[in-house]
Design a protein around this ligand. Structure first.
Ligand code: NAI
Length: 699
């Protein structure tokens, strides 16, 4: 645990200052909780102390629970946060929280249990527990409504959103200051040192005329917004309990917290959270591997992907050259980037000055010579071997020694691309997802020769881009698209066997996918999958393919861009409308191929598509393409709209039970549905079941 130079306890002019000290964000670890109790006890026995100030070391108050303690005995070891807050409540000397930087979750609950709060105006305040599938369990749902009013408190608790201290103001914060917060808190401490009775938040009463109707309405809204999640509804119930006396409401909150903590959804959300944190860690890198310095970047190609990638550099404050083949292409690319930034400015996410700063960091050029000094260059040109070869041979000629040469290819072999250069150790895949300035996933593709420090640099860059970097080996489709291919194949097999696009999409959207597979096909363009399938038919003659999308493409139904695909679309609209022509086309396909169509249940749709992801995921683990099962979850959570409350496909499989997954897969193989041979179980899955272990235990 890192130690801070700040003393944890000192006395200044009769005011005890207790410092929360676990840099950088002072989570409420066992050590920090203990230090608070120790400080309060000392202050209590010291007759010279008239008031207590609690402040965070550095420029942060507290970010709440210590994630490193999660699942360890330290998390529940006394003093727990609830104990600490009860002690603060019972203190006979005034306690003032001096808040700046962040006061999140338990950090805010701590501040709420103090008698007075002084905050710096820009402090970020939130109770984000709902995002982890739980609710604030240390009085947050009871105290916040007492200070903020029911409506505003409920909004914060149910959404988990972050608000600034300035926006919240009084009476939540007794003082909101622009300057130094500790001196303001010390000044307030002198003023209130002898003031009695102490203003305890628990003693305030919450009043809400028409409370029953209000909470019924809130429950309806919350349920409509997140039908699959129990936490938001419990948040409403907990806030409703704040209308009762504190000693009745608090245990109610506690009981709901405990119940939610054990829920499948909370476990899945927490798994996803840790999967993202774990992904960038690469144990196989030699100890002490240092990332290379990246001060300037370059992007080749200002098309759909190149423009978004250049924005990542600019957003991170890194100057970036953007190279195109013609002034026209360059102007078009820059125009789109500017419009993107201006749209963000319109929504208030950027100031006009920031738009200009970012645009100034993007340096358009037609010359390779200009980019030679970039530390990393990312190629995003056409997906064509000839073009890629020319680009990489040129980069090899012009780039300075030690520059990282990255490709954004989605389907081509990174090793073959590396072989176009005399420095394959510097070549890596950086697979962004569209729109590259928005999507949080970045697959870092390690070629056979890629140097460890190049991988470390790629991961560091992902972090600077605020993305989740996930390591993948080289294979067709890398992690995400290879798994997705199996999912889409099953979706198409289901169409051949009896389902319709709207049923497949509805079943998977009900399961929680952001978008069903047929809608996704239409959005991306059916021609993309068609081109890849045609290649795969030749490359993998032994594999089972569903070909029902081929006649769809032959009929010009390429998706939204054509106004028709699996659905039809009104001009300029994106709402999918089921189309009898598609039904006829699918039914004709089934008849032609001698497939007797049958009624297919939603359960079968979900199991076949999702278990296809799981089985292929197990193969990726076995082949060493992916480092760990949770990386596969991170990929699907951040790149493919897999429902966060299900924790990703591999976690979902474990929550269903791997035995059940395997049994179902074997059942499909035995019935010969979905391409029969497709359903050969991954040996790793079989091994997990026979040894009674999870994916994480065997990889
Ligand atoms: P795009 O067609 O929108 O853009 C390609 C751009 O590269 C064009 O503006 C073209 O003028 C430019 N270009 C071609 N040769 C060039 C050269 N020698 N020097 C400089 N610029 C050159 O293509 P898109 O969609 O941006 O794809 C680019 C790459 O990203 C491909 O490898 C693709 O597989 C990959 N990718 C695409 C995704 C997508 O959703 N579109 C997702 C992930 C990867």
């Amino acid at each position: 645990m890192s130690q801070s130079p700040c003393p944890l306890y000192r006395v200044e002019n009769g005011v005890a200052v207790i410092t929360l000290s676990q840099p950088p964000v002072n989570p409420l670890s066992h050590a920090v909780r203990s230090a608070i109790v120790e400080g309060v006890d000392r202050a209590h026995t010291d007759v010279a102390v008239r008031a207590i100030v609690i402040v965070g070391a550095g420029r942060y108050f507290s970010a709440g629970a210590d994630m490193r303690e999660f699942g360890t005995p330290a998390a529940t070891q006394e003093p727990t946060l609830s104990t600490v807050l009860r002690i603060l409540d019972d203190t006979s000397k005034p306690v003032i929280a001096a808040i700046e930087g962040v006061a999140m979750g338990g950090g805010l609950e701590l501040a709420l249990a103090c008698h007075y709060r002084v905050a710096q105006a820009g402090t970020q305040v939130a109770l984000p527990e709902v995002k982890r599938g739980i609710l604030p369990g240390a009085g947050g749902t009871q105290r916040l409504p007492r200070l903020l009013g029911v409506e505003a408190a409920l909004d914060m608790i149910v959404t988990g959103k972050t608000v600034t201290a300035a926006a919240l103001g009084a009476p939540l914060f007794d003082r909101v200051v622009d300057g130094e917060v500790l001196s303001a808190a010390l000044a307030l401490a002198q003023e209130v040192a002898d003031s009695r009775p102490l203003p305890r938040v628990r003693d305030r009463q919450v009043k809400l005329p028409g409370a029953d109707a209000f909470f019924q309405h809130a429950r309806r809204i919350v349920q409509a917004r997140s039908p699959n999640l129990p936490a938001p509804l419990k948040c409403v119930d907990a806030v409703a309990a704040a209308l009762e006396p504190f000693d009745i409401g608090l245990p109610k909150e506690r009981a709901m917290f405990v119940e939610l903590s054990r829920s499948r959804e909370a476990r899945a959300l927490q798994h996803g959270f840790f999967a993202e944190r774990e992904a960038p860690k690469i144990p196989a890198l030699p100890a002490g591997t240092q990332a290379r310095d990246v001060q300037a970047g370059a992007v080749i190609g200002a098309g759909t992907m190149g423009g978004g990638i250049a924005m990542n550099f600019a957003n991170a404050g890194i100057p970036v050259w953007l190279r195109e083949t013609s002034q026209e292409a360059l102007d078009r690319g820059l125009g789109i980037i500017r419009r993107n930034y201006e749209a963000s400015a319109k929504k208030g996410r950027l100031t006009d000055a920031q738009v200009e700063q970012r645009m100034a960091l993007i340096r358009p050029t037609l010359q390779y010579a200009d980019i030679a000094q970039a530390d990393v260059v990312i190629e995003a040109v056409f997906e064509d071997w000839g073009v890629k070869e020319t680009v990489f041979r040129t980069l090899d000629e012009v780039m300075k020694p030690g520059a990282i040469l990255a490709t954004n290819t989605s389907t081509l072999d990174v090793n073959r691309i590396a072989a176009f250069t005399r420095r394959p150790q510097d070549v890596v895949g950086l697979h962004f997802f569209s729109p590259a300035n928005v999507m949080r996933l970045l697959e870092v593709v390690q070629g056979a020769a890629t140097a460890p420090d190049v991988i470390a640099t790629a991961m560091a860059l992902a972090k600077r881009f605020s993305k989740v970097g996930v390591l993948s080996g080289v294979c067709d489709g890398f992690i995400g698209n290879r798994m997705l291919d199996r999912y889409i194949r099953q979706a198409h097999f289901l169409l051949e066997e009896g389902a319709l696009p709207e049923q497949v999409d509805r079943a998977l959207e009900k399961f929680g996918m952001a978008m069903g597979p047929c809608r996704m096909n239409d959005m991306v363009g059916n021609d993309i999958g068609w081109a890849i399938r045609k290649r795969r038919y030749v490359e993998y003659p032994d594999q089972a393919f569903a070909r029902v999308a081929d006649p769809l493409c032959e009929a010009g139904r390429l998706g939204q861009k054509a106004g028709k695909g699996w659905y039809r679309y009104e001009p300029g609209k994106r709402d999918p409308i089921p189309d009898p022509e598609v039904r006829a086309l699918i039914e004709a396909y089934s008849a032609q191929h001698g497939i007797t169509r049958r009624r297919i249940s939603d359960q079968e749709i979900v199991e076949r598509t999702v278990f296809a992801l799981v089985n292929e995921g197990a193969r990726l683990l076995e082949e060493g393409i992916a480092q760990r099962a949770s990386d596969l979850d991170a990929v699907f959570l951040t790149g493919y709209g897999f429902p966060a409350f299900r924790g990703g496909p591999m976690h979902y499989a474990e929550s269903v039970g791997l035995f059940n997954v395997l049994r179902t897969i074997r059942g499909y193989a035995a019935r010969g549905v979905g391409g029969g041979a497709f359903w050969t179980p991954a040996p790793l899955l079989e091994r997990c079941v026979s040894e009674g272990r999870g994916f994480a235990d065997l990889t």
